[in-house]
Ligand binder design. Sequence first.
Ligand SMILES: [Zn+2]
Length: 279
Amino acid sequence: MPELPEVETIRTQLNRLMAGKKIKKVQVSLPKMVKLSLVEFKKIILGAKIKCLARRAKILIIELSNGWSLLIHLKLSGRLIFRQKNEKLQDQDKKWNHLIYWFSDGSRLFHNDLRQFGYVKAVKTDKLVDFFEKEKLGPEPLDKDFALDDFAAILRKRPKAKIKQFLMDPKNIAGIGNIYSDEILFFARIHPLHRVEDLKSDEIKKIFQGIKKILSEALTLRGSSDNDYLDARGQEGEYVSHLKVYGREGQRCKKCSGFVQRLKISGRSAHFCPKCQKL
Ligand SMILES: [Zn+2]
């Protein structure tokens, strides 16, 4: 599933590519992905100009010139690929096309989704604050304002949680999923099953540093294409070769002589090195 570095990569690219463009036409092949009536959806977007793109947690916000915003969640396998008018389409652009937006200059945005869990919603821009308040999302981890004290305060509210689950819950911190929670905990040398209440202050500091460092580095390399993710230009994210534990079960640890193991925590996988990350 795309996490903060992947969604933020797409946001930055699409903001550069789409801001100022006018939506001329839309083709919806899978109506269930659009969470409003198609008549209403078309009425809102056709003829509207793209103002800018924002993001909250893993949700992309396309702000339109007419007071509406489109919210897009890519969920497990969604892709947004932008192609200029004369740009040749790649095979991947044509697969699982559920929505295609045409802009007045002939460029297009393809919303593809193999597993079809993603969605598009429309919310009045001045109601966005209310919308996200209801979602009860935790802070944005890369915000400059998000400090160690804030992180420690959120941890204190969930003493019994296991740290891996804690990191992946968007109500604690937004945008961290399976990949980066594994990598953050490997960086901090903390076992994924470690209970929040048992963390010492230097361990909390290390996890906090890991959050900032791992997410920023992954963002610089346009995220990780471990399976379905491609950026908005149809390119793979380059952070995969930097992953230390995620997806490396049975392989040698990159730090010690141990082997990476995988365990299940309420249906999700955690990858870790049992030598570097002792419980
Ligand atoms: Zn190790």
